[in-house]
Design a binder for this molecule. Structure first.
Ligand code: GRG
Length: 300
């Protein structure tokens, strides 16, 4: 089986991520109810955990200790989860299915969904800035990574990408607009996941640069494949509503290039990403190569 080794790597890391989250989050029954219960609802069983796994893989590739990247990796997953909850709200994408179950505002209500997103985002920064949570805390690395993640999640990345995505709906599709949306809305958080793992391990400047480029390329490929799956997959398979982009006039890669050419583009990006890893020994970077391939081969 093609991804056998990768699948066991993913399963092993997922367990580590879940147990870190479970041992650091407040208990679901903590007052005032139901906010922490909603946090658990959003985070477990969770999705693919691609971003924290990329952070861990990049840290391991550059000889770092997993105990120094886990607070960062888990915080990134919390930021990603907040973005999905807010993205699903009626005032945004208005979805009722996420990760195979009712979206948070359907399971609870809109106010609790907004607040669950808020608390996930703020707890992410609380955990990342708590030096007691790291194995061997290096303050300069922690501060640098928090700054990178704040930028990638906000004004230099995800939030502005989301604003463009929403406000450009229904307008003419151009390569420039699509690249702006996909790079900011999706690729920057994936890029910073890989970059953070390298910074936390104390990787060299060149290694950090190369891994950031790798992250940017697979991040773009990831969103292109997401656009394709919106057209080719079903809700049962991917656990969220499909066929939304075209009906809503969303600017997607598929709208501009069609399915075949979009997949071709995603594969090209993944090949370029894998080439970037040539500076590392083959037996050490296999997981990042396989993760890149998994991104285009994935069915959900
Ligand atoms: C600031 C009010 C406010 C809202 C923010 C920033 C934002 C809303 C939304 C982010 C945009 C977004 C949802 C981008 C989509 C990225 C994407 C492809 C998500 C799906 O990621 P997967 O497939 O999901 O990794 P799983 O469920 O596997 O974790």
């Amino acid at each position: 089986m093609k991804f056998e080794k990768l699948n066991s790597y993913i399963e092993e890391k997922k367990k580590i991520i879940d147990s870190w989250l479970l041992s650091h989050l407040p208990p679901p029954g903590r007052e005032p109810k139901p906010i922490f219960e909603a946090v658990y609802y959003a985070l477990f069983p969770g999705g693919k955990r691609i971003r924290p796994i990329l952070a861990i893989a990049s840290c391991e590739l550059t000889d770092g200790n997993i105990g120094d990247v886990l607070p960062i990796a888990c915080a990134i997953e919390m930021i990603h989860t907040y973005s999905l909850i807010h993205d699903d709200l009626p005032c945004m994408d208005d979805d009722d299915l996420r990760r195979g179950k009712p979206t948070l505002h359907k399971a609870y209500n809109e106010a609790i969904a907004v607040l669950t997103g808020d608390i996930l985002l703020t707890m992410a920064f609380e955990y990342m800035s708590n030096i007691k949570l790291y194995k061997n805390p290096s303050l300069p690395r922690i501060v640098m990574v928090i700054n990178e993640i704040a930028r990638a999640s906000g004004k230099e990345g995800m939030v502005v990408g989301q604003v463009a995505d929403i406000t450009w709906e229904g307008s003419s599709v151009t390569e420039e607009k699509i690249n702006y949306i996909h790079t900011n809305k999706t690729a920057k958080l994936i890029e910073v996941s890989v970059k953070s793992g390298a910074i936390m391990s104390g990787a060299s400047y060149r290694e950090v640069e190369v891994l950031s480029e790798y992250g940017r390329l697979i991040g773009l490929a990831f969103q292109i494949v997401d656009d394709v799956l919106d057209v080719t997959s079903t809700s049962d398979k991917i656990g969220k509503k499909t066929k939304k982009d075209l009906s809503r006039g969303k600017l997607s890669y598929v709208a501009l290039h069609g399915i075949e050419n979009s997949l071709k583009k995603a594969k090209e990006l993944v090949e370029r990403a894998k080439e970037k890893l040539a500076i590392f020994e083959e037996e050490k970077c296999w997981m990042l190569k396989d993760l890149a391939e998994y991104i285009v081969a994935r069915e959900k």
